[in-house]
Design a protein around this ligand. Structure first.
Ligand SMILES: [Zn+2]
Ligand SMILES: [Zn+2]
Length: 218
């Protein structure tokens, strides 16, 4: 695991990004108003755990953008180690339970099926856990993919990358739904900073100018 970047947007939100070896997933450690949580701890459980213990961080929960194996691989162990809840959108339940659908059966003989989880319901949650976190369901890559908005930061998982978008040909994917989600992305605040599930950061404004997939919608 590489420690890549440290952002400090203002007094309320701190973001640390770890680029995990497995599929180069970006795992984010957030400190927002003294609540600590992880987004997408996909692998490298020991290194994430050691970092948290070393820094004496009191981890409050895990929140995932979606349920593919490369994003959930370290979830079970972290939930057990720190005795914290794991949140994911209700439309991902089938994916996290089914090794074929979360693709873990492609990598690991037993496959991965998560048993301990809390489901986020609906298309939009304005004030998740009363912590000023916005959650929006943007299906297409998977049915329960969410965007997570904290102040001017938008965590986009595998829905939107810098210059690209997530695949729609995996179990639960839909190019039709992705198109609708991309249309909605075009209406978001242009100043939002994008922190994707893979690859470098961007800004909505930049993507509107440079992202082929956002430009070529009917
Ligand atoms: Zn994915
Ligand atoms: Zn991914």
């Amino acid at each position: 695991m590489m420690f890549i970047e440290y952002y400090r947007k203002d007094n309320f939100v701190e973001i640390k990004k770890f680029q995990l070896k497995f599929f180069d997933v970006n795992c984010y450690l957030i400190n927002y108003k003294n609540n600590y949580f992880l987004i997408d701890p996909g692998s490298e459980y020991r290194k994430i755990k050691n970092y948290i213990l070393e820094k004496k961080i009191k981890l409050d929960f895990i929140l995932n953008t979606h349920g593919h194996y490369d994003h959930i691989g370290a979830v079970n162990d972290l939930v057990t180690e720190f005795n914290i809840p794991f949140y994911i959108h209700e439309e991902e339940e089938e994916i996290i339970k089914d090794p074929e659908k979360n693709l873990s059966s492609d990598f690991n003989l037993d496959g991965l099926s998560l048993k301990t989880y809390n489901l986020i319901k609906g298309n939009y949650v304005n004030n998740f856990l009363n912590k000023d976190i916005e959650i929006m369901n943007f299906p297409g890559h998977t049915p329960g993919s969410i965007l997570i908005k904290i102040e001017n930061c938008l965590f986009t998982g595998d829905v939107l990358f810098k210059g690209s978008i997530g695949r729609t040909d995996l179990p639960g994917g839909s190019s039709k739904e992705m198109e609708n989600s991309l249309r909605k992305i075009k209406t978001l605040d242009k100043k939002l900073k994008i922190l994707p599930g893979h690859g470098p950061e961007s800004i909505i404004e930049e993507e509107l100018k440079n992202n082929y997939f956002l430009q070529n919608l009917d």
